[in-house]
Design a protein around this ligand. Sequence first.
Ligand code: FAD
Length: 648
Amino acid sequence: MDKTQAKNPSEESGDGALGMDAGITRRDFLGGTLLASGAMLLESLTPAELLAQQDEFTGYGGVGEYSRSNGNTLPVLEAGHKIRKGVYDPLPKDIVETSETYDCVIVGGGISGIAAALFFQRQAGPGVKCLVLENHPIFGGEAKQNEFLVDGKRLIGHQGSAIYQLQYPHSFLARFYDSIGLTAPKLTYQKWGGPEPEMPLSRNPYEAVGMEHGQYGFWFGARFDQKPCVWVQDPLGRKLSGAPISEKAKTEWLRWLAHEPVVGDKFEHPKMEGDAISRYLDSITLEQHYMERFGLSQETVRTFLSPVAGGGSGLGPDALSAYSEYAYEMLHPLEDDPDVTDQMFPGGNATIARLMVKSLLPAAIDGPNTVEGVCKNNVNFAALDAAGAPARIRLLATVVAVQHDGDPGKAERVNIAYTKDGKLYRVQARSAVMAGGSWTTKHIVKGLPEAHAKAYEQFYRSPCLMANVAVRNWRFLYKMGMSGCRWFGGFGDYMEVQRLALTGVEEPTISPDSPIVLSLKVLYSYPGLSTEDQGHRGRGKMLGTSFREYERQIRQQFTEMFGSAGFDAQRDIGGIILNRWGHAYLSPQPGFFFGKEGKPAPREVLRQAPFGRIAFANTDLAGAMDHRFSILEAKRAVGQVLDQVLES
Ligand SMILES: Cc1cc2nc3c(=O)[nH]c(=O)nc-3n(C[C@H](O)[C@H](O)[C@H](O)COP(=O)(O)OP(=O)(O)OC[C@H]3O[C@@H](n4cnc5c(N)ncnc54)[C@H](O)[C@@H]3O)c2cc1C
């Protein structure tokens, strides 16, 4: 089918036809009390607005170990809001002294925090003790997964951090992967099953293999005054024929889609951090860069590329440093061809987080220290925080203050206060690593030197909603001859049917009748506004929209796009999980990476040296969101603690 005249079901069908009331299993209502207190936490919402949402923030969380931890949870947002409001400044008197002292306390149990604990344990040797404090119900940070049970089958999707790359076999990162049990990083993926002709499928949500096989679709809806809406299949091969846009826009957009720069383009990728080209790129926006290289108008960039291009940094190209597109190349993945080098577990880098925890605390996950072992077996939560263990991970613990016990230049201890189960506790440490991310670190480290505080003021993080939609089959897409598609306007931007990596949990084959998870990554870009304003506005929208409203939008979007191919939202959707990430991405503005007007780059101020006994980690210090940077920043921070802080 080349061009499908889809009917507009939103006109024809109400909530019932969309399946909004089909089965309580999709939703998991929160108690009213929790939401009433939650009303205080969302700056952009009044309590009345929040209450009007009728207990609809969290929604259904799926099954299994991650079911209470989809995205940032409401209690985490609530605690964050209290921190920002200064509720713990000064600390209340009724703080409980735990009398615990650690050699290192690590704030944040994402990939960076767990990596920091591993490096600390491995390098500092026997006898030292560290504690990771993490505010969610499970470790992993943005590297978590969702699990559905659909018609008796367990389906897994990623919540955030998705792919990893093959690295040079003797590189630090490859050896690190090997050391945590990722001994065969090139994964084996599902094969085609069933009698019908095979359709090539991607191995991750970004690969879009259908583009090169003519099995991809672009959908133009109400935003383009298309009623009924228009599908354009094989947009690249058919040169956007049938797209309801001007010839000029088609020519420009095709250049970008086909990676064909303008004639005479002499652009060379940066060779190393800080060379002349990387500094130039950091002085302009990504939008300017695309306009220069591909001869695009600003309108084309903002209409068709935003927010998908530049999406690895959470906003559209207008707000980002052009270097943000190339920062990842400095990690030197093994192959130039991303189709070969990019790998993904069904739950994304949640598997890497699980492998790391298993290495840190062997009793924390049953079974062997292998991919299959950590994917098949459950977390033994009691073993995460076992008294006397050299490393401990304490969950549901939000750190609210990290303060030297006296003059930071001379103090021998750092006091760390955290809330857990409604109580405030204090532990002491000889050193601390802040791995939670800029948006909390800047508030909770007390007495930050002015240069550090000013540096953190230049870290802007943007929201992201990852909606995982379990469907009972994807025959509707197969029937339309598409393995993936993009759309312009409405809920979301693109989706992809994926061949899953085999970890011992998945079916070995995939066919159009297989139940799958379709992941819709939603970014909130408002081209023309400042980076900071885009983040605020997007967060307000994402946190202020109820689960039910988002569910309705998803069901409507799918019905509008696929109704004509037999998709029935009521019958075909097996579950929806929303993962709301309030501060998902660092969105680096021009000047972030190498500084401007003679001032140092903000990240360098924080990386260069610890502040007293406190060192800084998290991927955002690299200016690029990638679990490899999380690991490398942790390595540096722990190195600083060992080299410069711990005297014995
Ligand atoms: C939608 C999305 C897709 C992504 N895709 C990829 C990808 O494909 N590949 C890739 O490599 N990377 C990807 N990333 C980037 C991702 O950020 C990194 O891979 C990595 O997971 C970040 O780990 P981290 O530990 O540095 O930070 P985080 O994962 O943010 O971990 C920090 C943890 O500390 C907690 N914390 C913060 N403050 C406190 C406090 N005061 N007290 C206690 N705990 C606290 C946070 O809640 C969080 O759990 C993606 C990110 C997003 C949002």
